[in-house]
Design a binder for this molecule. Structure first.
Ligand SMILES: Cc1cc2nc3c(=O)[nH]c(=O)nc-3n(C[C@H](O)[C@H](O)[C@H](O)COP(=O)(O)OP(=O)(O)OC[C@H]3O[C@@H](n4cnc5c(N)ncnc54)[C@H](O)[C@@H]3O)c2cc1C
Ligand code: SF4
Ligand code: SF4
Length: 1006
């Protein structure tokens, strides 16, 4: 056999590439991305294989076996204890091996491949009214394989138990090459297996021997609590548990076998639910009531303390849900299920009566709801725990490590009191306490100092004492997340020498050469080895953005990601469109974050800002800001991308698209001298293609059409409105040079609302296109000029209305982050969207003059621009539309895929179109003809047009203008290419009629 030392990485890579149907990746970028899971540890893998099928994974492991190289399976990579990073060949199951193989609704079982994400599996099962019972809060990205690997559970375990309770059979592969189905094994089946001989017989015989040799210890040495996740499940091999080999493997964290397929027991989706929240003066007092609550058989029983809730309040998370909490400083959130609403309701009321009845426990404040939306939001409050507690404002960052210990639920209150004393003794202040109290499992993140030797020594000493404390309560070191490296070393405290020997023998039976995820669970690395942050005092690069949330430090911003994997979700929200298309880790926000962190570290990615690996991973980032809004710890990849591009291309020739699209505002101004000619040239078969090639624009794209007359030109020759509250209407490049009808409609609406509209009289721009192409020096200059032009208006307290959402987002956030000046902050404060201003002003169409008011569109679907989603939100738009009687359905369709320059750039067309096909285009195809498609973003409207769907989008300003009094169809033909449906496109005609053209004496083309 060839040993690791004898095998060069290149030979291994070549063998894998030759024998495995899949992606074989040994490049520095991939190694950097897969060096992390969600834990405090970092280990650089040997290489990564992304098999196209289960059989391909089997072939990959055969190659590793030949080479004697360790292997590690990976699902969502959200593990918190270090069990999903190692110096091994990593098999990433998620890209291709994610099939729901079969469902048997009668038996309530399903066979599922290991790479399928839990939410995806439950979506696929929903049609049968079934679901997988365990539901970790990482349900968006965690996979069936990873859940089996970690014996996962979550809040729903109160009703459905842990993964070990759901696994019926597993198809497994041992490192030695045995591929077989395992499950409960009757004596007769056992005898058959032994009689058949071979590897399986040897293995099963050995398993029986181990079980029988350690029978008393197995029967008595495991704590009998609902949340024992630590250690191997030798107890599943007990005769009274049916010698269940599959369940014995659950929670073995890739250290024993590779799971190829799983047959899972499913549960029925509860028909009706009710929720009670009890508020107590303190979290430990709340915990004291747990046994009483458990006696009412809730399907969920969670605890939350005031530290967590205060942090969520400070960080403005889940504000409306938080307002539903009853008074208190420690809460129990309790859910009941029932076949009917009455049944769920009755159970809730029986509990409320009981907790308020006679007895020694304190009387709680109570909140009760049957509203599924409120319930959903309150459960989000719990799930937001990690995001809220990872970077508490103004305090030390917190870490996992001791984040999921469990004790008997009836002793939880006392345990919490002792645990708090332990934290105080170790000077770890401000850690929040929350978790699955009904099963005695407590979550916390602790402000460990993991950079310095002293800090790490303190962490070790805390971990050892915390383990002693939990063991003294008869608990489990891990009650949810597994042992990995964090708890592996501490397991002897919990299980004692005899069971530890049994674990060692089990490991040898399956993996005699210790090639399966070595150093985790058994024969473990020390808990203070491989720490990601040890000695992490990186030199701070000089940056262009100011990073106010990170104390001005790019290194801190780039290492924000805590690995939850929400950016690997497949539906809902915006984040992360590129991952949804490619399913490659490096195209997720997390992958990019890891790459940037590794770039700063300089070990695997060694050429800093010059790195092509980082550049390539960022290339497919749409800069949509989805992560800024949706990542629980506010990773803002669009900003980091712009920063990286600025450094990467400093002094170098840039891609052609950076010139053509970065300088679009200037080109648009030049094109306004002869727009027809330029439009014709862009569409001429040969010339158009040449222009696109020269500009780095994908040849599949139509060039956007320049307007025949810019909005600013039109504005200058019209008669100004005499009076009203002055507002500045920002002539962004897109509303000015491409869709002037949008800005004209806005003028009409603003004047109807009693405003006097001022428009800057010299060429201005917010710098957006320079920011998105990383030309930050130029962006800063352009922005400073914009602020200088706006200064008189800003100082006069005038609001600046910005119609294009991405430009509004620049004014509201990027400008201050880039310039760091008071001027920029003032600009942010006074910038408003049209909807915000009109809502504030209490405007509704026809308030002043209802005569002649048109109904306009009564129904609309809205594609919220991703920058609006991230920075301004849609609440004001929703309120305004409601006031105007428009029934709006906000699409949960993600980014349109064009995202400014992204979709135009050569090489991005396929990803861009795939994004559109995931949401916007199908929604537009399905929209009723009388339903307007609201799309305030120029990108979104352009992408709609590009789909040739027979539908176009309109800006909110147009939809509102269409309601104003005045003839609807006047002189429509003279308008620029109409956008929108029906009359909505024509109302700029009304604007023109009402605001007579007026040619000023001076002032030329702008
Ligand atoms: C913020 C946060 C919240 C969390 N909340 C919960 C929670 O509520 N409940 C909970 O239980 N956990 C929770 N976790 C932990 C983690 O998300 C879960 O354990 C999850 O189920 C892991 O799934 P995964 O696909 O990410 O697994 P991974 O991290 O990819 O893998 C988990 C383990 O399984 C092994 N594995 C993966 N695939 C296979 C395979 N095919 N064969 C053999 N072994 C395999 C891996 O090697 C690894 O050891 C949380 C984590 C985070 C970061
Ligand atoms: S980028 Fe955000 S959502 Fe993605 S893994 Fe990191 S912390 Fe989680
Ligand atoms: S900006 Fe958008 S594409 Fe880029 S990482 Fe964030 S969510 Fe993904």
């Amino acid at each position: 056999m060839v040993t690791t030392e004898e095998t060069t990485r290149n030979e291994l890579r070549a063998a894998l590439a030759g024998q495995v149907d899949g992606e074989v990746r040994f490049d520095a970028g991939t190694l950097a991305v897969y060096a992390h899971d969600g834990s405090n540890f970092r280990q650089v893998p040997v290489g990564v294989v992304v098999p196209r099928s289960v059989d391909a994974a089997v072939a990959a492991i055969a190659v590793c076996r030949e080479a004697g190289v360790p292997v590690l399976s990976r699902g969502g990579g959200t593990s918190l204890a270090g069990q999903c990073c190692n110096e091994a060949v990593v098999i990433d199951w998620t890209k291709y091996c994610h099939r729901l193989v079969s469902v048997d609704p009668a038996a309530r079982t399903a066979v599922i491949e290991p790479g399928m994400a839990l939410d995806k599996a439950n979506d696929a099962l929903a049609g049968h009214g079934l679901m997988v019972g365990p539901r970790p809060s990482t349900h968006v990205s965690c996979t069936i394989g990873g859940m089996i690997g970690n014996n996962s559970c979550g809040a729903s375990a109160q009703a459905y138990g842990k993964m070990v309770d759901s696994v019926r059979r597993l198809e497994i592969l041992t490192y030695g090459g045995l591929r077989t189905w395992t499950g409960e094994t009757s004596d007769a089946q056992y005898e058959q297996i032994i009689a058949a001989g071979g590897q399986k017989a040897d293995l099963y015989r050995r398993l029986r021997e181990i079980r029988d040799a350690y029978l008393p210890a197995i029967r008595t040495g495991y704590p009998q609590i609902p949340r024992r996740v630590s250690g191997y499940n030798l107890d599943s091999l007990l005769p009274e548990r049916g010698f269940h080999v599959a369940r014995a493997l659950v929670g073995s964290e890739s250290t024993l076998v590779t799971v190829l397929q799983a047959e899972i027991d499913l549960v029925e989706v509860p028909k009706h639910k009710s929720l009670v929240v009890l508020g107590y003066p303190d979290i430990a007092e709340a915990a004291d009531v747990v046994p009483l609550v458990v006696s009412h058989s809730p399907i969920l029983l969670e605890g939350l303390d005031d530290t967590l809730i205060s942090l969520e309040r400070e960080e403005h998370l889940s504000a409306d849900a938080l307002s539903k909490l009853p008074e208190g400083s420690g809460w129990l959130m309790i859910q009941f299920g029932g076949d009917t609403a009455e049944e769920a309701d009755e159970r809730a009321h029986a509990l409320i009566e009981d907790v308020n009845g006679e007895g020694s426990h304190p009387k709680p404040h109570v909140a009760y709801t049957e509203d599924p939306q409120v319930e959903e939001r309150l459960s989000e409050v719990r799930e937001a725990g990690l995001g809220a507690t990872a970077y508490p404002p103004g305090k030390h960052e917190t870490h996992e490590g001791w984040e999921d210990a469990a004790v008997p639920p009836e002793r939880l209150g006392d345990y919490l009191r002792d645990f708090r004393k332990l934290l105080e003794r170790h000077d770890y202040h401000g850690a929040s306490l929350y978790g699955h109290f009904g099963q005695g499992c407590v979550h916390t993140r602790i402000p460990f100092e993991l950079r310095t030797d002293d800090g790490i020594a303190a962490y070790r000493s805390f971990m050892e004492e915390a383990a002693d404390l939990v063991v003294s309560y008869g608990g489990s070191l891990s009650g949810e997340h597994g042992d990995g490296q964090s708890r592996g070393e501490l397991l002897p405290k919990m299980f004692g020498p005899e069971l530890m020997r049994a674990f060692g023998e089990l490991k040898t039976a399956f993996d005699p050469g210790n090639r399966m995820n070595p150093g985790k669970v058994v024969h473990p690395y020390r808990l203070d080895e491989n720490l990601d942050l040890r000695g992490w005092f990186p030199r701070e690069p000089k940056t262009l953005f100011h990073y106010p949330e990170d104390g001005g430090k790019f290194t801190k911003a780039a290492s924000r990601c805590v690995g939850i994997g929400k950016c690997r979700g497949h539906e809902g929200g915006v984040m992360c469109p590129s991952y949804r298309v490619t399913r490659d880790e490096e195209h997720s926000t997390r992958g990019r974050s890891r790459l940037l962190m590794e770039m700063i570290r300089g070990e695997v990615i060694t050429d800093g800002w010059h790195s092509t690996e980082v550049r390539d991973a960022l290339d497919l980032c749409l800069a949509c800001k989805g992560c800024r809004k949706e990542c629980p710890v506010d990773v803002d990849m669009a900003t980091y991308k712009a920063e990286f591009l600025a450094h990467h291309y400093r002094g170098k020739l840039r891609p052609a698209s950076h010139y053509s699209m970065g300088w679009l505002p200037v080109l648009a101004l030049l094109a306004s001298a002869a727009p027809r000619l330029v439009n014709a040239a862009g569409r001429a078969p040969g010339l158009g293609r040449l222009l696109k090639l020269a500009g780095g624009i994908d040849t599949n794209r139509e060039l956007p059409r320049f307007a025949r007359e810019r909005f600013t030109r039109w504005y200058m020759r019209r008669e100004p409105h005499p009076s009203g509250t002055p507002v500045t209407l920002w002539p962004d490049t897109f509303s000015n040079g491409f869709h002037p009808e949008v800005a004209k409609a806005a003028v009409a609406v603003l004047e109807d609302a009693g405003f006097r509209v001022d428009v800057p009289t010299q060429p201005v721009c917010c710098g957006l296109t320079w920011i998105s192409t990383g030309q930050l020096g130029m962006a800063a200059r352009v922005l400073k000029h914009a602020i200088a032009v706006l200064r008189p208006a800003l100082e006069a307290g005038q609001r600046v209305v910005v119609l294009e959402p991405s430009c509004a987002a620049v004014f509201r956030s990027d400008a201050a982050e880039l310039l760091g000046s008071d001027d920029a902050r003032l600009l942010a404060k006074q910038t408003t969207t049209l909807a915000e201003l009109l809502t504030e002003a209490g405007w509704r169409p026809g308030a002043e003059n209802p005569a002649g008011l048109h109904t306009g569109a009564r129904r609309a679907i809205a594609q919220v621009h991703c920058h609006q989603h991230a920075i301004m939100g849609f609440d004001a738009d929703r309120d305004l539309l409601k006031t105007c009687g428009v029934d709006v359905d906000v699409l949960d369709a993600g980014c349109c895929g064009l995202a400014g320059n992204f979709g135009f750039e050569r090489g991005h067309y396929d990803v861009s179109v795939a994004c559109a096909e995931q949401g916007l285009w199908p929604a537009a195809r399905d929209a009723e003809p009388d339903t307007a498609i609201l799309a305030d973003g120029f990108s979104c409207r352009t992408q709609l047009e590009a789909g040739h769907l027979g539908r176009t989008g309109i800006h909110l300003a147009q939809l509102l203008a269409d309601m104003l009094p005045g003839p609807a169809d006047e002189d429509r033909s003279r308008e620029p290419a109409a956008v929108g449906t029906g009359r909505a496109a024509s109302r700029t005609g009304a604007g023109r009629r009402r605001l007579r053209p007026h040619r000023r004496g001076r002032g030329g083309r702008r």
